[in-house]
Design a protein around this ligand. Structure first.
Ligand SMILES: O=C(O)COP(=O)(O)O
Ligand SMILES: [Mg+2]
Length: 227
């Protein structure tokens, strides 16, 4: 899709986090396995955890428990989620890396005057620590997490909340994500363009989703936005 004279200029780019900016699954696996060891359960592997990411930490923990003997009663599950978060938030970045081109491309977009934001289903505390540890926290004018609003992606609520904080309209915004929830949430929010990365944690084929394009890699974003 190309911009026309009738369409407002793009002023902001909103990003998903896990699977889009950061390859974070190894730390999620380590925290999951630390919890499972405490419970006397077997560990989960990288591929399994990768398929569990995208619906926030409580769902991730439920899926980890379901895969290793079953989901316990609600109060014990709630305790496991709290324990997982304590383990994960203490060090969410030891094994996590920015995808190729992320640091440089964020720099180019910021230099071009675009307002940048993050809309993730990961809880805020871990999100802020991860962005800080990987040296990109300063690039973002606003960040919203999975616990920032009553609903998370695929709801448009956190996307609209982020845009309000960025002081831009959906029509002035491009959303970049990696899975079906990013596409659904940003489409429902009415953003100008929805782009997806080809390397993330998508659980359904990207081709079947109503996005506006699959990036060749993260650096391709600068070209698409003419930066
Ligand atoms: O599910 C999560 O915790 C995070 O996922 P997201 O950053 O891709 O929204
Ligand atoms: Mg993601």
């Amino acid at each position: 899709m190309t911009d026309t004279v009738n369409r407002p200029a793009i002023r902001a780019v909103a990003f998903d986090l896990d699977g889009t900016l950061v390859d974070s699954v190894a730390d999620l696996m380590h925290a999951s396995n630390a919890l499972l060891a405490e419970l006397g359960r077997p560990p989960v592997d990288l591929a399994a955890v990768r398929s569990f990411v995208g619906d926030g930490a409580p769902k991730l923990v439920e899926r980890v428990l379901a895969a290793t003997g079953g989901v316990p009663a609600a109060d014990e599950t709630a305790r496991c989620i709290k324990r997982f978060l304590a383990i994960y938030e203490a060090d969410p970045s030891a094994h996590s890396t920015l995808y190729p081109g992320v640091a440089e491309t964020l720099g180019r977009l910021a230099e071009a005057g675009l307002r940048l934001g993050v809309c993730t289903n990961k809880p805020m505390a871990a999100t802020l620590r991860l962005l800080d540890d990987l040296g990109i926290a300063g690039r973002f004018a606003a960040v919203v997490g999975g616990d920032s609003y009553p609903t998370r992606k695929p709801s448009p609520e956190p996307v609209l909340g982020l845009l309000e904080r960025l002081e831009v309209t959906p029509a002035e915004t491009v959303f970049v994500g990696d899975n079906e929830h990013d596409v659904a949430a940003s489409r429902a929010a009415g953003v100008a363009r929805v782009l997806v990365v080809p390397y993330g944690y998508a659980r359904v084929p990207l081709d079947g989703l109503p996005h506006d394009g699959v990036l060749d890699g993260f650096a391709d974003l600068a070209k698409r936005l003419s930066c």
